[in-house]
Unconditional design. Structure first.
Lengths: 121, 107
């Protein structure tokens, strides 16, 4: 069964750091681009970051540039999100998702259940 | 950044009804517009990709259409299990933005 499982969320103080992981199973992880998406409490889905298969090219939403770093370890079938300089606005459930190329576009066709990050003193 | 505006933000309909959710983009997207269903506490699910292609396993009562900057998601014969939040997303240009969401309730 194809599956994504996030971990690493928790309570962190403002200005702190956290590293999220997303373990993939049931498919050839290294063949797929991957995404992080978050959902703040009571809000909608918010796209955060993207990494191409191979890991050479990444993209970020403006609000996390220079603070968050997406990376991957294809030997361990794992996606990461290093989050530094966290603020209250980063409080959210963080989802990882898989982005195959379908009809030339890159929808997210497989999602994890999410991991909760709470930034509070 | 490409802005996606969904309407309505919420709707309430009866089982068996036909409902339509609109998504307007701030610039043309070719066909790179997708629709997701998200129920609280669950993983989001891909429903429709590239405007109108039904994802594997998605019931045929869901359909998508549109072009340019105007797109729609239609649910025919609304079922109780269709309650939840629906989002459009563009993957035409980075950042891959989402619409604000539409909450669907069943009367």
């Amino acid at each position: 069964e194809e599956q994504l499982l996030e971990s690493g969320g928790g309570l962190v103080q403002p200005g702190g750091s956290l590293r999220l992981s997303c373990a993939a199973s049931g498919f050839i992880f290294g063949s797929y681009s991957m995404t992080w998406v978050r959902q703040a409490p009571g809000k909608g889905l918010d796209w955060v970051s993207f990494i191409y298969n191979g890991g050479a090219t990444t993209h970020y939403t403006d609000s996390v540039k220079d603070r968050f770093t997406i990376s991957r370890d294809d030997s361990k079938n794992t996606l990461f999100l290093q989050m530094n300089g966290l603020g209250a606005e980063d409080t959210a459930v963080y989802f990882c998702a898989r982005n195959p190329v379908l009809d030339g576009s890159r929808p997210a066709d497989l999602w994890g259940q999410g991991t909760l990050v709470t930034v509070s003193s | 950044d490409i802005q996606l505006t969904q309407s309505p933000s919420s709707l309430s309909a009866s089982a068996g009804d036909r409902v339509t959710i609109a998504c307007r983009a701030s610039q043309p997207l070719v066909s790179y517009l997708h629709w997701y269903q998200h129920k609280p506490g669950e993983a989001p699910q891909l429903l429709i990709y590239s405007t109108s292609t039904l994802h594997i396993g998605v019931p045929s009562r869901f359909s998508g259409g549109g072009s340019g900057t105007e797109f729609t998601l239609t649910i025919n014969n609304l079922q109780p299990e269709d309650l939840g939040n629906y989002y459009c997303q563009q993957t035409y240009r980075f950042p891959f933005t989402f619409g604000g969401g539409t909450k669907v309730e069943i009367k």
